[in-house]
Design a binder for this molecule. Structure first.
Ligand code: ATP
Length: 303
């Protein structure tokens, strides 16, 4: 009996090793498949295509008669004849019912897709003549599907920066109201998050993404429901902190909560892929149109 127990005990360790090896083999196989998928993607900027790596003097964004439909023969037009000027150095908000095309506009501005008709310009230059990577380098975005990398909080804020600037990281943390959250973690900024680290809440994720956008110090800022998972207190503090950050930058905010957008210089109201009306909060309230309808619906939901 003793001998059998001894032999079974001796077998435990190699069997464990075998299981570990099989698990690691599976992980490596999945990683290689994902890498292959990325390698097989067509280059956004094919070699030989000379695209601009500077911006014109005037830097407003202009959408001229932009139409868009997602790929697929059955797909409907999601944006129809959008004519819009997003002034340089001002905050523009886009509101509208779910599915009206708000996120799609941001994705076109970030060049995840190209318009099916019409064109987008930065000042006098066509956006499709500007290098993708150069343009995105100028943009800071917090999108609904923005990605948290499997890495430390620090690396998730100072993405791609091998030597993060401590002062800028601290400012980003302050702006995004992350100080208490990070101070409570034993490893602080070096805590791993993402797939291989600690789980974080949706609100914490949004705050890290806001800190990332701030750290990048971009000329153009695109926020898509960037604060919708925050509690009212956090949202109020962060929106107040962001006021100074937005000064002099070209900002586009998409939000359902009208409290987030009512101070914007211009509010665009989208309805079924078209611009229904635009103006300041006060002007739109006076118009007695779709914006007022959205405000009323939101008030009814609160009462
Ligand atoms: N990847 C996609 N493929 C096909 N259709 C899509 C895709 N993404 C969005 N759509 C469709 O495009 C339309 C506009 O979607 P979009 O996300 O721009 O609306 P939205 O106003 O931002 O909505 P929400 O407020 O719910 O985020 C919707 O009808 C949606 O179903």
């Amino acid at each position: 009996m003793m001998a059998i127990q001894y032999i079974v005990g001796q077998l435990n360790s190699p069997i464990d090793l075998l299981f570990n090896f099989m698990q690691q083999f599976q992980d490596a196989k999945i990683s290689i498949e994902r890498l292959n998928e990325i390698h097989e993607l067509e280059d956004e900027e094919p070699l030989g295509l000379r695209l601009a790596t500077d911006l014109p003097f005037r830097k407003e964004i202009v959408l001229r008669n932009v139409c868009f439909r997602y790929q697929g023969s059955e797909s409907q037009e999601v944006l129809s004849n959008i004519d819009l000027v997003i002034p340089e150095g001002k905050t523009t908000a886009i509101v509208g019912m779910s599915g009206s095309g708000k996120t799609t506009i941001l994705k076109l501005l970030l060049r995840f897709y190209e318009p099916t008709k019409g064109r987008i310009q930065v000042g006098s230059d066509s956006l499709d003549q500007i290098s993708h990577s150069f343009w995105r380098g100028k943009c800071g975005a917090v999108l609904q599907d923005s990605f948290i990398f499997s890495d430390t909080i620090l690396k998730n804020i100072a993405v791609g920066d091998d030597y993060p600037d401590k002062k800028r990281v601290q400012n980003a943390i302050d702006i995004a109201n992350l100080t208490d959250f990070i101070d409570d973690l034993p490893l602080g900024l070096n805590t791993k998050i993402g797939a291989s680290g600690n789980g974080i809440s949706q609100g914490q994720k949004q705050r890290i993404l806001i800190a990332r956008a701030f750290y990048k110090d971009p000329e153009y800022i695109f926020f898509d429901e960037a604060t919708n998972s925050l509690d009212a207190n956090n949202e109020l503090v962060i929106m107040e902190n962001l006021k100074d950050f937005f000064v002099g930058r070209t900002v586009v905010i998409v939000a359902h909560r009208l409290s987030t957008v009512k101070n914007a210089d211009n509010i665009i109201v989208l309805h079924k892929g078209s611009i229904a009306e635009q103006g300041t909060h006060q002007e739109l309230i006076g118009n007695n149109g779709r914006y007022l309808e959205l405000v009323r619906n939101q008030l009814e939901n609160i009462v």
